[in-house]
Design a protein around this ligand. Structure first.
Ligand code: ARG
Length: 569
């Protein structure tokens, strides 16, 4: 049941406003003693030529004049507002029945049926560490991927690997001078980074190394066997370590496709840009001038004819459109790439592709660490695998202290430790920079993943103890969960589908973890004030039904974020 819709339907004859407009102004008062919904009358003052408080009183008089729908207890004028009070018993019944029927599909929909969405995320660079930024990227992308699928869209997830560029010439040079196959097989990316760093140190003393590296780049591009075999090996070594992380993070891609995949598609793209009269020469390079759009030029071809990062993105976008005919193509990347994206998307638009408007750049802020930001050049980048291990180790210690007899301790420590890091990143919002603080994200009483997981485990334990197999609604006496603290829980349950929709519309997964924390808090308040497993069978049954609904939404919500919900912890 959509109350906003029903209310706007009810109000429409009194206000002469279209229902959609009414829906957009209906508010949820923060304090339910002020009503469960409120309609501000300011907008009507002009058309009705009356003061808003008078209008509010008139609307109330008119609505109360007729029999109200079953779910609406009363309407009350409060200054310029009409406040609506739902019938708590009917509200409880409607909400819990809807959740019981939909189960873990509550909030799912088919609004996206027949629509194709591409979500590109993660996209780490070969032979470099998967850094905390890539972790943020991966989990924001994964959440969006899940959310859009949940809303019925036909989603294809893409991992756009950075497997192209001059660094591979440097790596081959470094490998041949100082590398050991055994060492790299064993240490993987660490080993590759080590020789890459050494290359930069040595090239400062001996610049001719750069020429050797450049020669290798040309060889890779010309399909030289030795160069290609080494490049492929670097890719394999890197993927081995990335895949271990993806496994832990529960991430799987429909398509893993590196930048290099687009190499042979590049000449045609450059040709089209030229044909459209967009390409101009500047210092030997080929560029598209974007001054008219307030941006620096977009670099298409280097003076030596090599293609550039924007060119590969343009080629990839065209290829994706031709392959998928997407309705929307989403790219998750760090805010540092805003200009790059604005530039190449503008070029795609200038090339005359109408679908340029369907490209969405979804950005996110940095992780901040006490020791400041780190760079790959010096090789001291923070390793996500190490951070995850630390989170899991700390969780293991907490479990040892609080619940040493827990079954599957190792699995739960992994689910809670990894979940804490994911939850924390999503909870903090997309754009803001996030301070990395393990202690804070693992606080079982804070606004954290472990707190939500713990509350979920609590609902599971209550339900298990009760062993009421069947919470059939016929036996339920919903009036037993009509008290304010139950209403707070029910309101959050009822709003959950709208939160998912909102998260999708705004590309803001953080709305979901915020809602889950509020729901967990409301449930814990209810739990403290009411003994669920009380002797009165009717009351017990009603309270259990509420508990069951909370369990459903907490586990479903965590799943949307890519986080496990252990049944005990
Ligand atoms: N590999 C790049 C990096 O780690 C991100 C790629 C973003 N995607 C894109 N289509 N340009 O910075």
């Amino acid at each position: 049941m959509n109350y906003r819709q029903a209310l706007s339907h009810l109000l429409s004859p009194f206000t002469q406003l279209p229902e959609a407009e009414i829906i957009s102004v209906i508010e949820s008062p923060p304090d339910p003693t002020m009503g469960h919904f409120a309609f501000p009358c300011f907008r009507l003052a002009k058309t009705l030529k009356k003061a808003p408080p008078i209008i509010a009183q008139e609307i109330v008089a008119q609505t109360m004049d007729k029999p109200l729908p079953e779910w609406l207890e009363k309407t009350v004028a409060n200054g310029p507002y009409v406040n609506f009070f739902l019938d708590p018993t009917v509200f409880a019944r409607n909400t819990l029945e809807a959740i019981r029927q939909a189960g873990d599909r509550y909030g799912a929909s088919d609004e996206g049926a027949g629509k194709k969405i591409l979500v590109e995320y993660s996209s780490p660079n070969i032979a470099k560490h998967f850094n905390p930024g890539h972790f943020a990227n991966t989990m924001i992308g994964k959440a969006l991927d899940n959310i859009f699928r949940y809303l019925g869209y036909d989603v294809t997830s893409i991992n756009h690997l950075g497997d192209f560029g001059t660094q591979f010439g440097k790596l081959i040079t470094a490998y041949q001078l100082w590398g050991s196959r055994e060492e790299i097989e064993e240490t993987e990316i660490d080993g590759l980074v080590r020789i890459y760093v050494k290359f930069h140190e040595e090239a400062e003393k001996d610049p001719s190394l750069n020429d050797t590296a450049r020669a290798w780049v040309v060889k890779i591009q010309n399909g030289n066997d030795e160069a290609e075999a080494l490049w492929r090996w670097f890719v394999d070594i890197s993927m081995r370590s990335f895949n271990r992380l993806y496994e832990r993070l529960g991430v799987r891609f429909d398509l893993i496709r590196g930048e290099s995949y687009y190499t042979d598609k590049m000449p045609a793209v450059v040709e089209t840009i030229r044909e459209k009269g967009l390409l101009i020469e500047s210092d030997g390079a080929q560029i598209v001038d974007l001054e008219a759009y307030g941006m620096p030029p977009c670099l298409i071809l280097r003076s030596d004819g090599g293609t550039l990062y924007p060119t590969r993105d343009i080629a990839a976008a065209i290829d994706r459109y031709e392959t998928f005919r997407f309705d929307k193509s989403i790219y998750v990347t760090a805010t540092e790439q805003i200009l790059h994206f604005a530039q190449w998307i503008k070029v795609v638009e200038l090339m005359g592709y109408p679908w340029a408007k369907d490209i969405m750049h979804v950005t996110y802020g940095m992780y901040l660490f006490e020791s400041g930001r780190m760079s790959t050049r010096k090789g001291d980048v923070l390793n996500v695998e190490v951070l995850l291990n630390e989170a899991v180790a700390k969780t293991r210690a907490i479990i040892e202290e609080k619940n040493p007899n827990l079954a599957n301790k190792e699995t739960v420590a992994e689910q809670v430790g990894v979940g804490a890091m994911i939850f924390n990143r999503l909870y903090n919002g997309r754009i803001k920079d996030t301070m990395f603080n393990l202690q804070q994200m693992l606080n079982f009483e804070g606004e954290t993943g472990p707190y939500v997981q713990y509350t979920h485990a609590r609902t599971c334990s209550v339900l298990e103890k009760a062993k009421t197999g069947n919470l059939s609604d016929a036996a339920l006496q919903y009036r037993h969960i009509s008290q304010p603290e139950a209403f707070d829980v029910l309101r959050l349950l009822c709003d959950y589908p709208a939160v998912i929709k909102d998260a999708a519309e705004k590309y803001e997964p953080f709305l979901i973890p915020r809602h889950l924390v509020a729901l967990a808090q409301a449930f814990n308040t209810f739990y403290q004030k009411n003994i669920i497993l009380t002797d009165d069978a009717d009351i017990r049954c009603a309270r259990l039904a509420l508990t069951k609904a909370v369990q459903t939404i907490l586990s479903g919500g965590l799943a949307l974020l890519g986080i496990a919900a252990p049944r005990a912890m």
